[in-house]
Design a protein around this ligand. Structure first.
Ligand code: CP3
Length: 349
């Protein structure tokens, strides 16, 4: 069987420092963060049938179907498992729920005392079942991406009990009681290694770590709470023989990205909307695949703005191995036909 386009890009880049072979094609693989979701009428219909959002995540038949919806409609090169980064706190024993129209809520924690690794595997079994189903039901040319939240981002929700604009509660805890916060991070890291190893074993071919709140930390704090835990997860997975490519997505981080990649050990660097593509092409080694970074709001706008933005991304990444994506998740008001237009533009060559 010929290699899936998505995986071909990754293996091409991995060999890039050994050969100087030029790229065979400048058409990148494409998928979009949050490609399954509320902008699709078929998602909204199934979501209603499932009951709550968590009920949807924990129902393998429904989660499989929701993952497949954007693949069927658009033929993306990769499918991302339908789940959520907050399933880890739920599996650790923290109460998690979603307030309709508002977002996630959790019973806040200030340390790991009330949490336990004992039931994590059992609790997340339905998600692994979803991965396993998808590895059979996806078209053969489509790559399956598993994921988890990066520990700092997950911890910001666990400590605050909800999403926050500045992640102040987690930053305050990390400053005031670094030992307690480290304990919390350690248990998240351990649970995440188990979870991602199980996803890979069930058929996930690539894994992404979402660090949505990387911009809240700088300097030593960034190294301690963003870089080190992600590096520990990558090392933990490799130590278990999990060899799939790993995508790091430190959204809006102000760090040196070449340094982030080198120290975490990720193979793909996800770039957010604000990233300077030309600087990334120059500074990040060629054996690292770049992923990104169309502004989700340009996708909402469509038309000339979309055409121009896609052309710019292609120009900036020309000659480089990259994966076309948004700079952050697709937003619910995105017209579904703009997504088709985007795919056509990207695949035009
Ligand atoms: O990308 C995909 O299509 C796969 C599924 C996926 C979801 N969440 C589904 C979801 C993924 C990869 C995530 C990641 C996630 N979840 C992140 C990291 C990426 C990011 O956006 O920064 C974060 C921070 C979360 C936590 C979370 N889940 C929040 C803050 C919210 C509420 C905001 C919102 O968009 O509603 C969710 C809910 C959520 N996760 C929805 C979906 C489709 C919407 C739930 C609904 O149907 O009502």
């Amino acid at each position: 069987m010929s290699m899936k386009p998505f995986l071909k890009t990754l293996s091409g880049a991995a060999a890039r420092d050994k050969t100087s072979k030029s790229l065979e094609t400048n058409i990148p693989p494409i998928w979009l963060m949050r490609q399954a979701g509320r902008y699709l009428p078929e998602y909204r219909a199934l979501r209603e049938q499932a009951g709550g959002f968590l009920d949807l995540c924990y129902n393998p038949a429904f989660a499989e179907e929701v993952t497949l919806q954007p693949i069927r409609r658009y033929g993306f090169d990769a499918a991302i498992l339908f789940a959520d980064i907050l399933l880890i706190p739920d599996a650790l024993g923290q109460k998690v729920w979603f307030e309709t129209g508002e977002g996630p809520r959790l019973d806040p924690v200030v340390n790991a005392h009330s949490l336990s690794l004992d039931k994590v595997t059992e609790h997340l079994e339905p998600i692994i079942e979803t991965v396993s189903r998808l590895s059979h039901s996806l078209p053969k040319e489509t790559t399956l991406i598993g994921f988890a939240g990066a520990p700092w981002t997950v911890a910001t929700y666990m400590v605050a009990g909800r999403g926050t604009p500045d992640q102040a509660p987690a930053r305050a805890l990390a400053q005031q009681d670094p030992e307690a916060f480290q304990g919390l991070m350690d248990i998240i890291v351990a649970a995440t290694i188990d979870y991602l190893a199980a996803q890979a074993e069930a058929g996930a071919e690539v894994l992404q770590l979402f660090e949505s709140w990387a911009a809240a930390l700088h300097g030593d704090d960034f190294d301690t709470w963003c870089v080190a835990p992600v590096a520990a997860i990558v090392q933990g997975l490799r130590a278990r023989g999990v060899d799939v490519p790993i995508i790091g997505f430190p959204r809006a981080a102000s760090c040196d990205m070449a340094d982030y990649v080198a120290r975490t050990g990720v193979q793909v660097l996800g770039l957010d909307t604000s990233a300077d593509r030309k600087a990334m092409v120059e500074n990040v080694p060629e054996n690292i695949v770049l992923q990104g970074n169309l502004d989700p709001l340009v996708l909402v706008e469509g038309g000339d703005a979309l055409e121009q933005a896609v052309a710019e991304i292609k120009k900036d990444f020309a000659g480089r191995d990259y994966i076309f994506n948004l700079g952050h998740g697709i937003v619910p008001q995105t017209p579904p036909e703009h997504v088709q237009k985007l795919i056509d533009l990207v695949r035009q060559g």
